[in-house]
Write a protein that binds this ligand. Structure first.
Ligand code: URA
Length: 273
C-alpha cells in the first residue's frame, strides 16, 4: 500500500485483514459506561418505536427443515451422478440452494484435471465466474493460477468452491448454503479421488474442517478432512485466499510457503506405490 493511499482504501484493507484473521468485533481496553458518560440519551416515550414482537419458535417445516430436505435431495442427486459431467448437470438442475434464486446467472461447478491429485476448494463464485460459468477466472483466480504454475501444479489440480452460485454482492456464503452444496462437493471429491485438499480462505476452511480459529493460525498446517458420512478422508491444508493476497501483498510469502509444503507432500511417493 503506497503512503499516498487514500484513507478509505487503507481502512478497507485493514478491516479485510482483521476479518480474514477472524476478528469480528471490537472491544475497548477499559469498560466505558456510555450512560454515565452522557453519550446516550434515552428516547422520549413518544419517540420510542413499538417493541418488536417476541421471537417465534421456528414452525415445523420452517427454514431448518427446508435446509435438511434440500441436503437430502442434494445427496440423492449427487449419489446418482456416475461422473463429473453428470454431477455438473445435477448441480445445474438442483433448486435447493437459495443462492440460485438470488441473482446468480448460472451454476459454476469446476475446472481442471478430472483425475487431479490436488483438489482446490474456494469460497464461492464472484462476478466473473458467474458470467463465465467457471471458478477462479477473475483477478483472484489469475493470481491463484500463477501461484499454482510457479509450484508446478497447473496440470495437477481440480478447482471448485463450497457453493456453486454467486452470493449476491459477493457476500460470504452462509453455513446453510454451504451445507446444501456439500453433498455435490463431496461427490466431486469422491469422483476425482485426489490425494489431498487445498482449502483456500477462511470460509472454505471453516466449512470443510468445522474449526473456528482464524485462517492465519490454521494456514500452512495439515488437518484430516472427513466427509459427512465418514467414508472419505484426506489430508487438507488451509491457505490464504488470493483475493486477500491482492489486498495484502505482504502475505504472499505465507501462501507461497504453504504451497511449497503441500507440493513437497504431493511429490512424495505414496506408501506402497
Ligand atoms: N473466489 C473464490 O473463492 N472462488 C472463485 O471461484 C472465485 C473467487
Amino acid at each position: 500500500m503506497s503512503p499516498a493511499a487514500p484513507f478509505d482504501r487503507v481502512a478497507e484493507s485493514l478491516l479485510a485483514f482483521w476479518a480474514e484473521a477472524g476478528i469480528d468485533s471490537m472491544l475497548l481496553d477499559e469498560p466505558l459506561d456510555r450512560i454515565e458518560a452522557g453519550k446516550f440519551v434515552a428516547p422520549k416515550p413518544a419517540d420510542r418505536k413499538p417493541a418488536p414482537p417476541p421471537p417465534q419458535a421456528a414452525p415445523r417445516g420452517g427454514p431448518a427443515a427446508d435446509v435438511a430436505s434440500a441436503v437430502l435431495e442434494a445427496r440423492r442427486l449427487a449419489a446418482q451422478a456416475p461422473d463429473l459431467e453428470a454431477l455438473k448437470a445435477a448441480i445445474a438442475g438442483f433448486d435447493g440452494c437459495p443462492l440460485k434464486f438470488e441473482g446468480a446467472r448460472q451454476a459454476v461447478f469446476a475446472r481442471g484435471a478430472p483425475d487431479a491429485p490436488l483438489l482446490v476448494i474456494g469460497e464461492g463464485p464472484g462476478a466473473e465466474e458467474d458470467a463465465r460459468g467457471e471458478p477462479f477466472v477473475g483477478r483472484a483466480g489469475r493470481l491463484l493460477d500463477r501461484m499454482l504454475a510457479a509450484a508446478g501444479l497447473s496440470d495437477r489440480v481440480f478447482i471448485t468452491n463450497t457453493v456453486f452460485w454467486r452470493p449476491p454482492g459477493n457476500r460470504t456464503p452462509t453455513p446453510q448454503e454451504q451445507a446444501t452444496c456439500l453433498p455435490f462437493l463431496e461427490r466431486a471429491i469422491e469422483l476425482v479421488s485426489p490425494r489431498m485438499l487445498l482449502l483456500v480462505g477462511a470460509p472454505s476452511t471453516k466449512s470443510m474442517l468445522k474449526r473456528s480459529e482464524g485462517i492465519l493460525s490454521l494456514r500452512g498446517r495439515w488437518f484430516e478432512w472427513r466427509s459427512e458420512a465418514g467414508n472419505l478422508e484426506l489430508p487438507a491444508m488451509p491457505t490464504l485466499h488470493p483475493a486477500f493476497l491482492l489486498r495484502q501483498p505482504g502475505a504472499k510469502k505465507k501462501a507461497w510457503s504453504d504451497l511449497l509444503t503441500l507440493t513437497e507432500r504431493l511429490d512424495r511417493p505414496e506408501r506402497g506405490a
